[in-house]
Design a protein around this ligand. Structure first.
Ligand SMILES: Nc1ncnc2c1ncn2[C@@H]1O[C@H](COP(=O)(O)OP(=O)(O)OP(=O)(O)O)[C@@H](O)[C@H]1O
Length: 325
């Protein structure tokens, strides 16, 4: 189990992380989410021991993780950190990069494990290519295989798919997280793309303004977002006055509605005038204006011309879910 006790950190005078306490159970996959610059990478670096907290302590089971002031080579052997800089050997081959930390005393195992990892990252055909000739996305995949080769107990992934094309991203995500689950590797994935984590992580921690804003089972955070910031981490979302949605509402609250939770009707519902439709592939994201002046984003199966009036509906279940305390 990983335990952070009241961790605070700043690079200069401005606090980047303040009073962070959290626990990650062995074998768990935790998503670390939040806007750019909220401190996700910094938190991973603290956990790995690349930097030392100004205040607080970090434990892996009963062992305290000591920072660079105590370790000659930064980082703890039982964990690996896949940073946004890939730390590869550019003049050696993909195979050599992946196999670097595998024992030369067991050449057959070294070979088979390297091949297994190359299959996982879908670079079987590039084993003998020098890393410097790979694209950035391919280099990111090699970096991933390198950290996996070292069989960490705890894996810290910092935006692990940021350079990988959509064509490969989905299959790589599925393969990687299945592999970690089968191997029982505890994992923290820092990302601002919910596609990286919503289908795979059990738990999520959301950072904002140097603090943990909210944490819990990732599906709960998605279904009951604390505020628009949290909802926006999971997709296009609106914060609408309840009386706009339910004219008979007896409360002045605003509720969060994801764009995909609206159903478009041409006869009845919340009247909205279309401003613009954005093609998103399998659907259109539409910006509209409610007659009260509220801007509303909603999904539509068809493109809608500017100026057209449509009506939006939300299921009672969604409204009640968001109104629940
Ligand atoms: N070496 C550094 N020296 C000074 N400030 C830094 C340093 N590294 C990061 N920061 C600042 O600390 C804050 C948190 O940065 P961090 O990289 O941890 O955020 P992040 O959430 O990982 O962002 P992103 O999602 O864009 O990678 C930012 O304001 C950043 O500018």
């Amino acid at each position: 189990m990983l335990r952070l006790q009241q961790i605070s950190f700043s690079y200069n005078t401005r606090p980047v992380l303040e009073n962070i306490s959290l626990e990650v159970q062995a074998g768990e996959h935790v998503a670390l989410m939040g806007e750019s610059g909220c401190g996700k990478s910094t938190l991973l670096k603290l956990i790995y021991g690349l930097i030392s907290p100004g205040k607080g302590k970090i434990f892996w089971d009963d062992q305290e993780v000591k920072g660079p002031l105590y370790n000659l080579i930064p980082g703890e052997p039982f964990m690996k950190y896949l940073s946004q800089e890939f730390d590869l050997m550019p003049f050696t081959t993909v195979r050599e990069n992946v196999a670097e930390f595998l024992s030369v005393f067991y050449p057959e195992e070294r070979e088979s494990r390297t091949t297994e990892l190359l299959q996982l990252i879908e670079l079987e055909g590039f084993g003998n290519t020098k890393v410097r000739y790979l694209s950035i996305g391919q280099q990111q995949r090699v970096a991933l295989a390198r950290v996996l080769a070292q069989k960490p107990q705890l894996l810290l992934l910092d935006e692990p798919f940021s350079h990988i094309d959509n064509f490969r991203k989905n299959s790589l995500r599925r393969k990687l997280f299945k592999y970690l689950e089968e191997e029982g590797i505890t994992c923290i994935t820092a990302t601002h793309d919910y596609h990286d984590v919503l289908p795979f992580a059990q738990h999520a921690i959301v950072l904002r303004d140097a603090e943990v804003l909210v944490e819990g089972p990732i599906m709960d955070l998605y279904k009951h977002p604390r505020n628009l910031y949290v909802a926006s981490l999971f997709g296009e979302a609106n914060l609408l006055p309840i009386e706009v949605i339910k004219s008979y509402a007896d409360t002045k609250r605003r509720i969060i509605v994801y764009a995909h939770e609206f159903r478009v009707s041409f006869s009845s519902g919340l009247p909205v005038t279309v401003n613009r439709s954005y093609p998103m592939g399998s659907y259109f994201l539409v910006e509209g204006t409610h007659e009260d002046g509220e801007i509303v984003y909603f999904n539509s199966n068809e493109t809608l011309k500017p100026g057209r009036q449509v009506f939006l509906n939300i299921s009672l279940e969604t409204i009640n879910q968001r109104l629940a305390p």
